[in-house]
Write a new protein. Sequence first.
Lengths: 99, 99
Amino acid sequence: MPGNLEAIPQENLEHCAAALKVLAHPVRLRLVEQLLAGRWSVTQLAAAVSKPQAEISQHLGKMRAAGLLKAEREGKEVYYGCLDPACATIIQCIRKHCP
Amino acid sequence: MPGNLEAIPQENLEHCAAALKVLAHPVRLRLVEQLLAGRWSVTQLAAAVSKPQAEISQHLGKMRAAGLLKAEREGKEVYYGCLDPACATIIQCIRKHCP
DNA sequence: TTGAAACATCAATAAATCATGATATCATAA
DNA sequence: TTATGATATCATGATTTATTGATGTTTCAA
């Protein structure tokens, strides 16, 4: 029977599953990719991925709520930037391992 | 505006998002964790995570369909084992970076 | 060839997610 | 103060996903 000696604590597992769930969307992965290269406003990001503003705003909001991104208002614009280092690791991981 | 010079190809992004989506579930993460430590039958895995057989079978089936796991029948039992190396990387990543 | 163990699949409801269009908020310039 | 650009939120319907219990299948031993 599988041993569960050094098992990842349940709490962590659930937290991580939730974070992965947020990342697990093609548009959001693309946004994270862009954000690893700098800070960008919502409009810039929407243009970069060719999607309507409302959709991008919702994706960004979801990632922000999950603690994956940070947002800073500057005048009319809100600039998003990458926060969580694990995000970067996942993206690197994807670059390397994905077919 | 964000540059998309060395952008991850769209096809890869979608494939990866799909794979992450499959991983993004606490029970499935736990199963992958167990499977990184060896091969186990469905019954053994169900006992290890304290869930009904049908549920575990469905989780395993989903991961298998996504190419994350392999399954081998041996007599009455079906043994599952970890296939995708990216899975392992993700789990290591979780061990390290998750709070 | 019957029975039982081990898995897989199915069906159905509930719940979560997605995309979309409309509307609301916020900040600034005129 | 009003108009406008930038962003967020809301409401909706369509599509997935999760969970559960019941039913099928496969394998082997008696």
